[in-house]
Design a binder for this molecule. Sequence first.
Ligand code: ZN
Length: 85
Amino acid sequence: MKTMTCRQLGGPCGTAHQGATADEVIKAQDRHLRDVVAMGDADHAQALDEMKGRWKHPIKGMGWYRKAKADFMALPEDGVVSGGC
Ligand SMILES: [Zn+2]
């Protein structure tokens, strides 16, 4: 598992998404954007628009997607989670 934050994926906050693949964290980010915008968060509205645009224009969105995947590949695997209860 690796962790990418909302900010690393082009969003405005530090919410962390965990996944085994880049696709998983990208989907988690998509869901996160929809959730917070549905709750009225304006900061995420632009990021959500950009995300929607990528699905509508896969060719144009490919650059971002490739970069997100490369960033994900470059991350270290999550180690033993420190802290907790
Ligand atoms: Zn966020």
